[in-house]
Every structure is written in structure tokens, then in C-alpha cells.
Ligand binder design. Structure first.
Ligand code: ATP
Ligand code: MG
Length: 255
């Protein structure tokens, strides 16, 4: 494993009841790299993302964020999660959810600053000063005192991005971040994602939009029935896939 890996999962398995939905999945994102996870409905993309973001747990396999080992291998081969490592790992990633999940009664500023102040116990004035820089960079400086319902969908999404970035994560995940955005906002998202990567952040994207995946990513992983069956440069996976299952999916995406 190279030291540039910001997040890494090795040989992960996950079952719901007795049905295994992730089979021996290994996946990682390097610093400065944008990776999209694509695949048919039910393939396990959200499950993998939920486990990477500690909203759920892998049954087997190992998970690390940089040099931080979140799991160890138990005697029975099960993944054992370390509580303190989980707490620290949560400060190393941010996630932008499909529905943004902003606090509706908080202003934009408070939405962005809440976690760094409450969870990371950082100085409020300092966090707010950084938040102003982030909001400015992302074109939202005039909206800091509004509440989410006073903003458009695209603006709410950018608030969600600022909120994730305020934690200064090493990895940022986007869950279906471009659905419901018009072409101009999709272009903006593309630009923001490239900027984050050029700052050295690792970016993970789950998307159903193949054009976006191809244009925004360095690498694409194709998940099929709980397994990564293709993993390669974005252009190659979309334009010239090797695995027949990727080819079939791309020639008739079901979504
Ligand atoms: N909480 C759960 N309990 C039981 N089964 C689940 C649960 N969550 C997901 N599954 C099952 O795990 C499999 C993978 O689901 P997942 O939501 O990860 O797919 P996905 O690739 O994100 O699909 P989509 O593109 O439709 O969002 C599916 O068969 C699903 O029914
Ligand atoms: Mg999903």
C-alpha cells in the first residue's frame, strides 16, 4: 500500500441478514485523485459508501484513513472497529449527500461552522473566518445569513460542500451530487471537484451519470453484484470497457 492512499479498504464483506451484498471488495482513493463508483441499481454502491463513512460497518476486511487503522482483524476473521479510531476517522472525511441534509433552521454560516465548533472543538471566530473564505470561493458569500429554504437547490448543494470542507477532510465523498443539477451547475461541480483534487484532496463520487463520471474522474470503479469487476482510467472504462458486464451496463444503463 502506498503512503499516498487517503482511504483504503481491503477484502471487505458485508451481509444483510444472511445475504452477502459486498463480496471481497478492495477499494481506495489516493490524495489528489478523483474516483467514481458506478454500477447498476442494487450493486452495492451506497452500502460501500455507508461503510466507508462509518454509517454502517463491514463484516470483514480492513479499513484505514491514511495512517489511521480503523479496523483490526478479530480471531474469527471479523472486522473489529476501534471506537477511538472511528472518532478520529470521522474528522478525515466529509460527505455531501444527495439531499444535502442541511439543518433547515440554521443559517448557512451556522450549517458550515457547526461541526468544526461542536465536534472538533475549534475556535468559533477562527472557524467563521475560514467559512467566509470557503463561501466566497464557492460563490456564496452573499448568502451566509440565509436559511436553506431561501436558497436554490444548487446553492444548497454548495453549502453542503462548504460544510464538508469546513472539517478540513482528507477525503470528500459525493453521493449522487449532480442529479437534479442543470448543465451550468454540473459544470461548476466539475470545476469544484477538480480544484479540490488539485489541492490534494481525495474525492470519491457515487453517480449514475456516466458523462459526469468520465469527465470529472481520474479513475472509475465499476461495481457489479457486490464486486468491483473493472477499475481503470475514466476514459478507458467508459469508452473501451474490458469486462463484458461493464460493456453490457454501459450499452444499456438501466437508470
Ligand atoms: N439496510 C438494508 N437491509 C437489507 N438489505 C439492504 C439494506 N441496504 C441495502 N440492502 C441491499 O443491498 C444491496 C445493495 O444495495 P445498495 O443500496 O448498496 O445498492 P446501490 O448500488 O446503491 O443501488 P442504487 O443505484 O439503486 O442506489 C441491495 O440488494 C439492497 O437491497
Ligand atoms: Mg445507492
Amino acid at each position: 500500500m502506498t503512503s499516498t492512499r487517503a482511504v483504503s479498504v481491503t477484502r471487505a464483506r458485508k451481509s444483510f441478514d444472511s445475504r452477502e451484498v459486498l463480496h471481497d471488495v478492495s477499494f481506495g482513493i489516493d490524495r489528489g485523485e478523483v474516483v467514481s463508483l458506478i454500477g447498476p441499481s442494487g450493486a452495492g454502491k451506497s452500502t460501500l459508501l455507508r461503510c466507508l463513512t462509518l454509517l454502517d460497518t463491514f463484516d470483514e476486511g480492513s479499513l484505514s484513513y491514511g495512517d489511521l487503522e480503523v479496523t483490526s482483524r478479530g480471531e474469527d476473521g471479523r472486522a473489529v472497529y476501534d471506537k477511538e479510531a472511528m472518532r478520529q476517522a470521522r474528522m478525515r472525511f466529509g460527505i455531501v449527500f444527495q439531499n444535502y441534509n442541511l439543518f433547515p433552521h440554521f443559517t448557512v454560516m451556522r450549517n458550515v461552522c457547526d461541526a468544526p465548533v461542536v465536534v472538533q472543538h475549534r475556535d468559533k471566530a477562527e472557524v467563521e473566518a475560514e467559512a467566509r473564505v470557503l463561501l466566497d470561493r464557492i460563490g456564496l458569500s452573499d448568502h451566509a445569513d440565509k436559511v436553506p429554504c431561501q436558497l436554490s437547490g444548487g446553492q444548497q448543494q454548495r453549502v453542503a460542500i462548504c460544510r464538508a470542507l469546513a472539517m478540513k477532510p482528507d477525503v470528500i465523498y459525493f453521493d449522487e451530487a449532480t442529479s437534479a443539477l442543470d448543465p451550468k451547475l454540473t459544470d461548476d461541480m466539475h470545476r469544484i471537484i477538480r480544484e479540490l483534487a488539485s489541492d490534494g484532496m481525495a474525492v470519491g463520487i457515487v453517480t449514475h451519470e456516466m458523462g459526469f463520471a468520465r469527465d470529472a474522474s481520474d479513475r472509475i470503479c465499476f461495481l457489479f453484484d457486490g464486486q468491483i469487476v473493472e477499475d481503470g482510467p475514466a476514459n478507458q472504462v467508459i469508452n473501451d470497457p474490458v469486462d463484458p458486464r461493464t460493456r453490457a451496463f454501459l450499452s444499456s444503463p438501466e437508470d
